[in-house]
Structures are given as structure tokens and as C-alpha cells.
Design a protein around this ligand. Structure first.
Ligand code: PGA
Length: 250
């Protein structure tokens, strides 16, 4: 069985001073962790965090990547550039990017492909809005989002990670129950299994107000392979407690 993955998504937070304290505390506190741990940080801090984490098991992640290889795309960062900074994971298609930056399923699929082409594991985010859940459309929405990724990435699909992040749970303090999350994770696993013989290999993370208090219940579910953590990843003690709640690989 694979190790669970606990990934922090700092979003647009941090400073040289705050990062220094946070990463040092994570590195010191995660020794002996039974899961993989990553922090997805704003691009200007790659070099700083790379240095702070050196010699530890902590992995470095980014929060976005361009779907283009290189060229006249002002403001964009390519997968090759991320790779040069030792980036192991990149969050792709976060709901904030879909909502505020107009990223479509097709763009998210192309970004996923760009990351894979450079040996970076994309953490592909899917999830329904509150309105969609209340209309009973959760399954349809997440399946549509995932189908676009499978369509473009074909047999490489077993190399991705997925984050199920119900939009209504992100930053709201309102978490999906372990049962609600497990239900969606199971259907995503089934969808992946129809596309690859290695669906068990794929980390399907839960994200959305995961915190020190609710992590253990979520991480105990059979199809929840870790967490993508926003707010609680900015506090070392909380993030370390979530890391400590990971299930043992059997
Ligand atoms: P949250 O964010 O943990 O603050 O809800 C999760 C995310 O958006 O990845």
C-alpha cells in the first residue's frame, strides 16, 4: 500500500521571515512521519524553501504551471522551470484558478499534461460548488472534470494525483464528512480504474477545511490517500498534527 500524502497549499501567503520559521518547524516536527509531506509555495519562494528543506524528506510543490512549453506568455511559469527548482508536485486546476482565472477543464487537462511531461506530479483538483451539490449534481460535475483529464492524458493517468475539493468546503470551516468525501473518492477511483490498470497507485487527496481536529476521521477512509491543506498548513503545529493523523501504509 502506498503512503498517504499530506500537501500544504500556502496559496498567496508567506514572507521570507514567516516561511523560515514555518519550514524549519515542519522539517523538525515531521521526522519519522509515516506519510509523504509536501508544501506548495508561491513561486518566488522556491529557492528559499528548497534551501530550508535540504536534507529532509519534505517535498516542494508549486501552485500552478503553464500549459505552454515556453515563449511569449508573460507572467507564466513553465513546467521545465519548476523542474529546475526541484519541484515534485504542482497543484493544477484549483477551484480558485478555475473561478478567478477562467481555467476550463480543457486548460486544466493541458496543464496536467505539461507537468507530467517534465516529471512533476500534478495534483489535479476537482470539486462541486454548493449549488451543484444541492442540485444533486456532484457526481456529474466531478466526473466531467476528471473525464477531461483522462481524455487528454490517456495511459499516463496513473501518474497523476487528484484532490477532491468541494468548493463549499474550501476556506469555509465547513468540511465534507468522512462519508461524503469517501463516496466521491470511491467514484473517482472507479472512473480512473476504467482508464488504467493502476488506479490504486493514484493518490486521491481530500481538501477543504481539513484541520488538526477532523483530519484523522477523513484520513481513515479507504479511498482517501491524503490531504491538500490550505489554512491549517500555515500553522506548523496544526500541519504537524495532520501529518501525525496519517494512516500507516499497510
Ligand atoms: P482550506 O483550503 O484547507 O483552507 O480549506 C484547501 C485548498 O484550497 O486547497
Amino acid at each position: 500500500m502506498k503512503k498517504q500524502l499530506i500537501a500544504g497549499n500556502w496559496k498567496m501567503n508567506g514572507s521570507l521571515e514567516a516561511n523560515d520559521a514555518l519550514v524549519r518547524a515542519i522539517v523538525a516536527g515531521m521526522a519519522g512521519a509515516k506519510c509523504s509531506v509536501a508544501v506548495c509555495v508561491p513561486a518566488p519562494y522556491f529557492a528559499q524553501v528548497q534551501m530550508l528543506k535540504s536534507g529532509s524528506q519534505l517535498e516542494l510543490g508549486a501552485q500552478d504551471v503553464s500549459q505552454h512549453e515556453k515563449g511569449a506568455y508573460t507572467g507564466e511559469v513553465s513546467a521545465a522551470m519548476l523542474r529546475e527548482f526541484g519541484i515534485r508536485y504542482v497543484v493544477v486546476g484549483h477551484s480558485e484558478r478555475r473561478q478567478y482565472h477562467g481555467e476550463t477543464d480543457a486548460v486544466v487537462a493541458e496543464k496536467t499534461k505539461a507537468a507530467l511531461a517534465h516529471g512533476i506530479t500534478p495534483i489535479v483538483c476537482v470539486g462541486e460548488t454548493l449549488e451543484e451539490r444541492e442540485a444533486g449534481r456532484t457526481e456529474e460535475v466531478v466526473k466531467r472534470q476528471m473525464a477531461a483529464i483522462i481524455h487528454v492524458n490517456g495511459h499516463c493517468i496513473s501518474e497523476i494525483a487528484v484532490a477532491y475539493e468541494p468548493v463549499w468546503a474550501i476556506g469555509t470551516g465547513r468540511t465534507a464528512t468522512p462519508q461524503q468525501a469517501q463516496e466521491v473518492h470511491a467514484l473517482l477511483r472507479k472512473q480512473l480504474a476504467a482508464a488504467t490498470a493502476h488506479a490504486e497507485r493514484v493518490h486521491i487527496l481530500y481538501g477543504g477545511s481539513m484541520n488538526a481536529a477532523n483530519a484523522a476521521g477523513l484520513l481513515a477512509q479507504p479511498d482517501i490517500d491524503g490531504g491538500l491543506i490550505g489554512g491549517a498548513s500555515l500553522k506548523a503545529a496544526d500541519f504537524l498534527q495532520i501529518i501525525g493523523s496519517a494512516r500507516m501504509p499497510a
